[in-house]
Design a protein. Structure first.
Length: 497
């Protein structure tokens, strides 16, 4: 069969995502903070964009300055109306002479030599006045000290010789966030440094006396023993429980500890109370995890019997097209093309942000319609809801709803919730209606909160109580919801005394 080249027309349909659509989708899934960062970056790159809030503040400053200038001019006019001339005037009985600068002297300065010397000069120290409103130097730290910094400062305050100081710094570098040194083992550290293992052990014992107490331990038992010794609570019973029965202590199996150690149960209780005061993770107080503050994207207010969804625009730039660049297209084709390209980009961004706000408002209003009882009565009245329900209600695709609710928060009279919180699976009730999984979790949390501490509810007991409330749920489902809530098993919730 002969090979040939020919042209033919073929008609087909395909979805093409325009740059505007891609930008709208990308903006929709951004969180509020990410959107603010993106807008600030666009404002730096695109001179067409202006922030209306900044312009209003600038106009306000200009009006204030004009008022100040008018006041100064009025004062000068008052000074000029006196009979005493300004030059060589007398103030408080002291002759004042005006000093005039010589304009020609400016050209005689060797500015190049001056700038070279200025750039080579050391930085001037920052001036700190004695005003009470200024924070102290300690309060101006950019970040809190880490566990390594805190321990290194203490190590450098000791009188260890340089070789042991080097060993100590190496040990500090291998301490994890909880304050333990588990990997690599101490003998591997000694081998890497080419020093005796006993010397490493001595330096480690020195570090174990540092604050926070219990740091640089190789196991939980060693951590507890260090704290027991430091607190003066290292009696025989406490030491034996720490060394041999931490597992039973975690499960609150005090009877097994009493049988093995042949001690009265009351004394086991007292020793357990002492051990529970110790910190199993001494390094966590120096954790570098920063708190995350949530700013709601929408406010849901109730006025009378009606709810209103209001967007939260605080902190977001109010973008507008700069009139200066819009009118100054320029005569050359290159400058005109540049301004037109930036103008189109600015218009696309403003429209995409407006479309994002409208979509979030629509989704929030639809959620409000489905979850009206939640907003009226609280979390126990939350209903099962899926993305498809909202998508069909407002005529959008499920993926759009997912993007519009990702990392978005709503402020309600019940509290601040992520918008994905309102989408939850359901559990069949005896009446045939679906009950939200979040409602079941709230019931479990409420039951655990009021249970008897010496006889906590088991998962099976919680399941039976829920069945009496017409919620048919299995024990393993209760265990799954309990774990999701961060609630310990009943054996570990049991308290001493």
């Amino acid at each position: 069969m002969a090979m040939e080249m020919r042209q033919e027309l073929k008609l087909s349909q395909q979805l093409v995502m325009t740059p505007q659509l891609q930008q709208a989708i990308r903006l929709l899934q951004l969180s509020r903070m990410e959107l603010a960062d993106l807008v600030h970056e666009e404002m730096l790159e695109n001179p067409i964009l202006d922030d209306e809030m900044d312009l209003d503040q600038e106009r306000s400053r200009e009006r204030d300055e004009m008022g100040s200038d008018d006041q100064q001019l009025h004062q000068l006019e008052g000074a000029g109306s006196t009979e005493t001339p300004l030059e060589g005037s007398v103030v408080d009985g002291i002759a004042q002479t005006e000093i005039k600068g010589d304009a020609t002297a400016v050209n005689e300065i060797d500015w190049e030599n001056y700038l070279d010397n200025y750039s080579m000069a050391p930085a001037m120290p920052a001036f700190r006045g004695d005003g009470e409103e200024l924070p102290s130097l300690e309060a101006t730290l950019t970040r809190p000290p880490s566990l390594y910094d805190h321990l290194a400062w203490q190590l450098k305050m000791t009188n260890l010789p340089p070789d042991q100081l080097e060993i100590g710094m190496t040990i500090l570098g291998n301490i994890d966030a909880d304050g333990y040194i588990k990997d690599p083992p101490l003998d591997e550290i000694a081998a890497d440094l080419g020093v005796d293992g006993m010397l490493c052990e001595q330096v480690l014992e020195k570090i174990q006396t540092f604050d926070p107490m219990g740091v640089a331990a190789r196991s939980l038992a060693e951590c507890m023993l260090i704290q027991a010794v430091a607190a003066g609570q290292d009696d025989d019973l406490v030491v034996k429980i720490i060394k041999s029965h931490l597992g039973n202590l975690e499960k609150k199996n005090y009877a097994a500890i009493a049988r093995d150690l042949k001690q009265p149960l009351e004394e086991i209780y007292e020793a357990a109370k002492v051990i529970m005061e110790f910190d199993p993770r001494p390094g966590r107080q120096y954790s570098s995890d920063d708190p995350h503050y949530v700013t709601p994207d929408v406010y849901i207010h109730k006025v009378g019997d009606k709810y209103f969804v209001v967007p939260n625009d605080d902190g977001l730039p109010k973008l507008k097209i700069s009139g200066f660049y819009k009118n100054a297209m320029g005569n050359s084709a290159a400058s005109k093309d540049y301004v037109q390209d930036k103008l189109r980009s600015a218009q696309w961004l403003i429209r995409s942000i407006q479309q994002r706000q409208r979509t979030i408002i629509k989704v929030a209003e639809s959620i409000l319609k489905f979850q009206r009882e939640f907003f009226d009565k609280g979390i126990s009245h939350l209903k099962p809801l899926i993305l498809r329900d909202v998508a069909e209600d407002i005529g959008m695709h499920e993926s759009t709803i997912s993007r519009a609710t990702a990392n978005k928060y709503a402020h309600t009279q019940q509290g601040i919730f992520e918008m994905k919180f309102f989408f939850t699976s359901g559990v069949k009730a005896a009446s045939g209606e679906d009950v939200s999984a979040e409602t079941v979790k709230e019931k479990i949390r409420a039951m655990v909160a009021v249970e008897q501490h010496h006889d906590p509810l088991s998962d099976q007991a919680i399941a039976e109580v829920l069945r009496r409330d017409q919620i048919n749920i299995a024990r393993r489902t209760v265990a799954k919801y309990r774990q999701a809530l961060g609630i310990l098993p009943s054996a570990r919730r049991k308290k001493v005394g």
